[in-house]
Design a protein around this ligand. Structure first.
Ligand code: ADP
Ligand code: MG
Ligand code: MG
Length: 188
């Protein structure tokens, strides 16, 4: 979460720029505010289990990010954290299975599917590639984000643009790639 907060902080401007042509130019500032709150909450009261780290982070995102991405990422982290339970440690396979449930919860909450030009286009292939390695997951997320460019958005603000949403990379898929880059970084 600390690595994710640092990456979001570094890339906030780019995320907001991506959210300009097909959104309302706030994705970077939304996530910067959210992950700053996450980092603070985790420092103030460090949770003792991986599951609690994720549920605490998810709760912070839901309460501080006033945009579609807040409840969606909040749900991802909370659902994943709940699946990890109160185990003191987590294997890569346990994390993969928990994240699978978290990503499915995002799809359910957003009413979205792969190909709709949303964060799911990075999250879904990333979780699949987690079966291979953290590095493969980060690569799959980055590819998924880049591959949203030609798609027409079917969910979120970008969908209001119809055909005109084509030709722009989705900001949420891009931030999802950052989260998996952070995971790959700290597990390398
Ligand atoms: P808002 O659109 O409310 O300003 P953000 O700019 O923070 O919120 O986040 C926008 C991102 O949220 C989009 O780029 C997209 O990836 C994601 N998103 C929006 N709606 C949905 C949805 N229904 N399902 C999945 N992801 C979505
Ligand atoms: Mg926005
Ligand atoms: Mg907004």
């Amino acid at each position: 979460m600390q690595a994710a907060a640092a990456l979001v902080d570094r890339e906030a401007e780019r995320l907001t720029e991506l959210d300009s042509p097909i959104g309302d130019a706030d994705h970077g500032s939304n996530l910067q505010r959210g992950f700053t709150a996450v980092a603070k909450a985790l420092e103030a009261e460090p949770p003792v289990t991986p599951g609690a780290v994720l549920t605490t982070a998810g709760r912070q995102l839901i309460s501080t990010v006033g945009g579609a991405s807040g409840p969606l990422y909040g749900t991802l982290l909370r659902r994943t954290g709940k699946a990890l339970g109160d185990a003191p440690g987590v294997t890569a396979e346990e994390l993969r299975a928990a994240l699978r449930g978290g990503v499915d919860a995002v799809a359910q909450l957003g009413g979205s599917a792969v190909g709709d030009k949303t964060m799911l286009d990075a999250l879904d292939p990333a979780v699949e590639a987690l079966a291979t390695s953290f590095a493969a997951a980060a690569e799959a997320a980055e590819k998924g984000a880049v591959d949203t460019t030609p798609l027409q958005a079917r969910k979120g603000r970008a969908s209001y643009l119809g055909e005109r949403s084509k030709g722009h990379q989705d900001p949420g898929a891009t931030s999802s790639a950052l989260l998996f880059a952070a995971l790959a970084e700290v597990t390398a």
